[in-house]
Design a binder for this molecule. Structure first.
Ligand code: AMP
Length: 280
């Protein structure tokens, strides 16, 4: 059954109020749509942990630093609703833009430190946009738990920090990255890859795995990173924005995995920016 699509926060609030009065717990899965198995794995986790599940679909203009990227972002609402019909989803919240950004909106949520590296350093304003919309989705849905993918590892850390710093009464749950058979991390942006580029794309994940092996064998991120960058360019990538070993908690740069560490990469392939990360 297709869950009701709600476009107004008043309708959402009414549904949530009834659930809460009945003592039910509420999950939110925030997305920008063009749903794939990665998103659906978050929905499955939400289904198992909460009585009610809200999936939000909102292509948030505030988190796009590039207008062309915003314009090209895939929008597939009907398909998305179909895919969600196979799950226990109670509401699909596709807010009208004025429900998120009413006339005169001038509040900005900004997190320092964590957002100044990796994607934050390359996409000015991106994490302010994420933090602002996520705060609004949390307060509008009043969710007890919110499900985010490790695919966007920096985003997950930023949202956890945001919830802790602002005492938002929501538990932020991280879920593992779902991949295609050839290792490419599932992403709505993969739809933008040409057939030729799609064949080259798994090199990104392979580079991370090889670098992780090298680190486990005592190599340094500096030397292994230089080799991996060259390999990515040789495999057809146009530019590697970053390929870093970082501490999981504060995202500080590491040369050896002597703390709980993560390898993170962003690279451009035929006009599409791909990101990925793995634990080391
Ligand atoms: P997006 O629609 O790209 O904003 O993503 C919505 C949520 O789905 C975010 O929490 C992402 O981290 C998560 N997500 C996207 N791709 C994957 C994936 N391949 N595996 C797991 N979670 C994912």
């Amino acid at each position: 059954m297709i869950a009701p699509i709600l476009r107004q926060k008043s309708a959402l609030r009414a549904a949530v109020k009834a659930w809460k009065q009945a003592g039910e717990t509420v999950a939110v899965v925030p997305t920008m749509g063009a749903l794939h198995q990665g998103h659906l794995s978050l929905v499955r986790a939400a289904e198992t942990q909460c009585d009610r599940v809200i999936v939000t679909i909102f292509v948030n203009p505030k988190q796009f630093n590039n207008p062309e990227d915003l314009e090209n972002y895939p929008r597939t609402e009907e398909d998305d609703a179909q895919k969600l019909s196979h799950h226990r989803v109670d509401a699909i919240y596709c807010p009208d833009p004025d429900q998120i950004y009413p006339d005169g909106f001038c509040t900005n949520i900004s997190i320092s430190g964590l957002t100044e590296v990796l994607c934050g350093a390359h996409r000015p304003g991106h994490f302010d946009g994420v933090a602002t919309v996520v705060t609004k989705l949390f307060t509008q849905t009043l969710a007890d738990k919110a499900f985010f993918g490790e695919k966007d590892f920096q985003q997950l850390q930023v949202v956890k920090r945001l919830a802790a710093d602002l005492d938002l009464p929501v538990e932020v749950v991280g879920c593992p990255t779902i991949r295609e058979e050839d290792g490419l991390a599932m992403s709505s942006r993969n739809l933008l890859l040409s057939d030729r580029a799609r064949i080259k794309a798994p090199a990104l994940h392979e580079a991370l795995e090889d670098m992780a092996d090298g680190l486990r064998n005592g190599g340094t991120a500096e030397e292994l990173g230089a080799i991996a960058r060259k390999r990515l360019i040789a495999a057809g990538f146009n530019e590697v924005e970053y390929l870093d070993l970082r501490a999981c908690d504060d995202l500080s740069l590491l040369n050896k995995p002597d703390r709980d560490a993560r390898l993170l990469v962003a690279a451009w392939l035929a006009g599409v920016r791909l990101i990925d990360n793995i634990g080391v």
